[in-house]
Ligand binder design. Structure first.
Ligand code: ZN
Length: 152
């Protein structure tokens, strides 16, 4: 019964949800309905193939960033294994200062925190939005993203 389903009510009820657990396949029109995708990608020195196989998290703008972030870490134990407090923080900071500020406690739950002196110096990089998948991408990082963009 694919009646151009909206998953917004589902997300409103269930909160941020791994893409693989959504009741319907995510389509581009869901983006137009205000559904966003969140994913951190594996960084340099990672043991996974480029981009990793991390599961994206579908969420709504009204969802708390820390809940989105926690959902991502819970859905991607391989990512958590492969990353450190600093590398996860750095990647999250690519989403903007609001994200890193909101999610720092979540990062501390999943990663061992380094000494306080290591915590400064995050980039508060600006992002631009991929027109294919709607993901925020670090400014200037679009060419690299497009090579691995799953919606392209
Ligand atoms: Zn993309």
């Amino acid at each position: 019964m694919p009646e151009s389903e909206s998953i917004t009510p589902y997300l409103e009820e269930n909160g941020p949800t791994p893409r693989s657990e959504l009741p319907v396949r995510l389509e581009s029109y869901h983006r137009e309905q205000g559904v966003w995708l969140f994913r951190l990608t594996s960084g340099v020195g990672d043991t996974q193939p480029a981009g990793g196989q991390s599961v994206k998290i579908a969420y709504l703008p009204e969802h708390k960033k820390e809940d989105v972030c926690r959902c991502f870490f819970e859905a991607n134990p391989e990512f958590v294994d492969a990353q450190t407090y600093r590398s996860a923080s750095r990647q999250l900071s690519n989403y903007g200062r609001e994200w890193i500020d909101a999610c720092r406690p979540v990062i501390a739950e999943f990663f061992e925190s380094p000494s306080a002196s290591d915590e400064s110096g995050f980039d508060t990089g600006e992002t631009e939005t991929c027109s294919f998948c709607g993901e925020p991408v670090p400014k200037g990082g679009l060419p690299a993203h497009l090579q691995e963009c799953s919606e392209r």
